[in-house]
Design a protein around this ligand. Structure first.
Ligand code: 1CP
Length: 407
């Protein structure tokens, strides 16, 4: 694994991002006070099929010269590209009329599993807004669905499971996701990157806590009491569930990266409901485990959650290259908390997309100024695009960001 990592980094001379430093620290001993064994208290299969750990293919967009020098990847690697990169979380599949048209009569999860359709929806915001990255159109519960767990996305509600997962027996009965079942995902990614040219595709997965929160509650919830009770009342069952979710999400992300995605983002959207002690003890090891499925590939990895101002350092320490910051914390303060160690992504307040243009423009300029001290900065929202957003506003924000000379 070490040899493979060094080989893949050699394709990016001069670069050794946090993930790489993290990997070397894991191999040689400690990272931020953790021993390597406490950082990895388990053995993770690195290949769903053969147990080997192949690197990215030579024809992968990150390897064949298409995306390695794109503004997004440069900023994720801590560089200062000539143009400020911007993309929007939930840019695919929201209010775009062209999205609503192609989704007519197709259920949400079905649309994710039809490769041509998923690819078309992924490409729509790139064509329309001229953003610097595509985010793969899918959902964090797709690995559950592909494993055979009964789950649906109910319009206006979100993910709902046929049967919540609450006991040791429930966890033991969970089916295992297989590498073959992920073929529709790989096919959709292949179709997408064939169209994207030099624009990178970002793959993603749900972090184990956020995924497990839906599994325990059986549906969206506000305070995530079920999983937070389980991690203390029945820690063994919690660990088994979090590890199951880590492996499913890790395989889902790996499928996207190997098929052509140039970066990966782990969404721990609901981690903000946890205190630091619970996060570090009960959640971070599983997030590390999810990323262990992909870090040998050498693609930049981003970690994002909401309400996570107090968790930023711990979220970096699961071993990522970039930290996504929500709209609550100014980027200069986030950078201070992280000791200036990692590129940041964020954090335009989605609420201001509906404010008068002058107000929004001033805010975007503030976000750019606040992010200027970080080792790299990718503009994004501080959470997803609200469904009622006027798409023309997003296009105008992209034009504004691209018009401001990179400092
Ligand atoms: O554009 C993109 O970002 C790509 C598509 C994408 C992504 C990255 C979708 C499509 N879902 C996600 C990730 C996702 N799914 C997250 C993490 C990101 C975030 O915090 O926004 C979460 C928490 C989910 C779970 C989920 N799926 C919800 C939230 C429910 C809750 O707890 O409040 C919802 C509403 C969905 C359904 C969904 N996923 C995606 C779309 C376009 C939709 C709505 C589809 C529909 O109802 O027709």
């Amino acid at each position: 694994m070490l040899l493979r990592t060094v080989r893949s980094d050699a394709r990016h001379p001069g670069w050794c991002g946090t993930g790489c430093r993290y990997l070397l620290a894991r191999i040689f001993g400690t990272i931020d006070g953790m021993t390597s064994s406490s950082a990895l208290p388990h053995s993770v299969p690195v290949d769903g099929v053969s147990g080997t750990a192949p690197s990215l293919d030579a024809s992968h967009p990150l390897m064949d010269g298409r995306t390695a020098d794109s503004p997004l990847i440069q900023a994720y690697r801590g560089g200062k590209p000539s143009r400020r990169p911007v993309w929007f979380m939930r840019q695919a599949g929201r209010s775009l009329p062209e999205y609503l048209k192609v989704r007519e009569g197709v259920a949400m999860l079905d649309s994710c599993l039809r490769p041509e359709l998923a690819s078309e929806i992924t490409l729509q915001p790139v064509r329309r807004h001229g953003v610097d990255a595509a985010i793969f159109f899918s959902d964090i519960v797709i690995p559950l669905k592909l494993a055979g767990v009964g789950v649906d996305i109910v319009p206006g509600v979100g993910p709902v499971l046929d049967k919540p997962v609450r006991t040791a027996a429930d966890v033991a009965a969970l089916p295992q996701l297989t590498w073959d079942a992920l073929e529709p995902i790989r096919e959709a990614v292949r179709l997408t990157v064939a169209e994207l040219g030099t624009t990178p595709l970002i793959g993603f997965a749900g972090a184990p806590f956020t995924l497990a929160a839906y599994m325990v509650e059986g549906k969206p919830s506000r305070d995530h009491l079920g999983p937070r009770t389980m991690m203390h009342a029945d820690p063994e069952t919690w660990t088994a569930l979090a590890n199951w979710a880590a492996d499913a999400s890790g395989m889902f992300l790996r499928a996207q990266l190997e098929a052509g995605a140039s970066a990966g983002q782990l969404f721990d959207s609901w981690a903000g409901s946890l205190g630091l002690a619970d996060y570090a003890k009960c959640v971070a090891p599983a997030s590390t485990r999810a990323l262990d499925h992909v870090r040998h590939l050498g693609a930049p990895l981003v970690h994002f959650g909401t309400g996570t101002s107090e968790l930023l350092v711990a979220m970096r320490d699961v071993g990522v290259d970039v930290v996504g910051v929500d709209y609550r914390l100014p980027l200069d303060e986030a950078n201070r908390r992280l000791g200036g160690t990692v590129p940041l992504q964020g954090n335009i307040d989605p609420a201001l997309l509906s404010a008068p243009w002058e107000v929004l423009e001033a805010h975007v300029r503030e976000v750019i100024a606040a992010g200027s001290e970080a080792p790299g900065h990718v503009l994004n929202l501080g959470h997803g695009v609200p469904p009622e957003t006027d798409p023309a506003v997003l296009t105008r924000v992209v034009e504004l960001i691209h018009s401001i000379p990179a400092g």
